[in-house]
Design a protein around this ligand. Structure first.
Ligand code: ZN
Ligand code: FE
Ligand code: FE
Ligand code: ZN
Length: 268
């Protein structure tokens, strides 16, 4: 059994993932993913920005850590990626981060609306003070800007605001219409992220409806578990592959040095 690459894996450097990175690689081999790609939370210019990412001084350590794993495990392709927050005003910083090293791919994620990291469970009460649909609209606006920035190879967890179960009243197809136009133009990939199955929304990111739109537009896809523990690597990948095939995807994409290759999506 060969599962697609897991391109969304974290390390202890972000302060909220557990276990030895080596165990993540071992688990990747056990579960049978074709590649493992680390994409840990990128640092921000100010160390007190928040407490759920590596610090600037740890960026070198992160790169050395992944290189060390590559040297140790010859039987499995290990990719070096980064999950970068798209936050307006920090484009200069993102540009610098991307230039720092030869990444295999960069995942662009929107976790912040202003100063609110809306997917942070410690900030969940803020959801009671906002209008849910307005959060979704602001979120999609930022996603569009993220794509237009040109920094990213992949968009992470496309419908993240559903994490705690906050669904929009507006039709999601309508909400994401402009985004899909821009994304299709840019040819950017979107990940199928299984971590939603572990959250209150109990659903893969993106939802069925959004996946169907992606098939229509020929959107390239990657797969990601968003593992924050060794046992989460390749989490529910057989289910994600079955879903992707059912919706109509025929291939997924791998990245080497930010160059994309299509790989046939095989039946498990
Ligand atoms: Zn995380
Ligand atoms: Fe994320
Ligand atoms: Fe992540
Ligand atoms: Zn993530």
């Amino acid at each position: 059994m060969q599962l697609p690459a897991d391109y969304h894996v974290h390390t202890f450097l972000c302060n909220h993932a557990v276990g030895d990175p080596n165990e993540y690689v071992v688990q990747a081999k056990v579960i049978g993913v074709s590649e493992i790609g680390f994409a840990d939370h990128a640092p921000m210019p100010r160390e007190d920005f928040d407490d759920w990412r590596m610090s600037k001084s740890q960026l070198e350590e992160y790169i050395r850590l992944i290189e060390g794993l590559r040297a140790r495990h010859t039987g499995l392709e290990i990719r070096l990626g980064l999950e970068v927050d798209y936050i307006p005003g920090y484009e200069w910083w993102t540009e610098r981060l991307i230039k720092t090293y030869e990444w295999d791919y960069i995942i662009g994620s929107v976790h912040y609306l202003g100063d609110w990291d809306f997917d942070n469970s410690r900030k969940i009460q803020r959801w009671n003070e906002v209008e849910v649909d307005s959060v979704w609209r602001q979120y999609v606006e930022l996603l569009i800007k993220a794509v237009q920035s040109g920094f990213f190879d992949v968009i992470g967890h496309l419908d993240l605001p559903k994490k705690f179960g906050h669904r929009p009243k507006t039709n999601v197809g309508l909400l994401f219409a402009d985004f899909f136009r821009v994304a299709a133009n840019a040819g950017i990939a979107i990940e199928i992220n299984t971590s939603g199955l572990r959250k209150d929304c109990r659903e893969i990111y993106p939802s069925m409806e959004l996946l169907q739109e992606m098939v229509k537009l020929g959107t390239p896809i990657t797969f990601g578990s968003d593992a924050h523990a060794p046992g989460e690597v390749g989490w529910e990948f057989p289910r994600a592959v079955a879903l992707a095939r059912e919706v109509g995807f025929k291939s997924w994409v791998r990245f080497i040095g930010r160059k994309r290759e299509h790989v046939e999506l095989r039946t498990i």
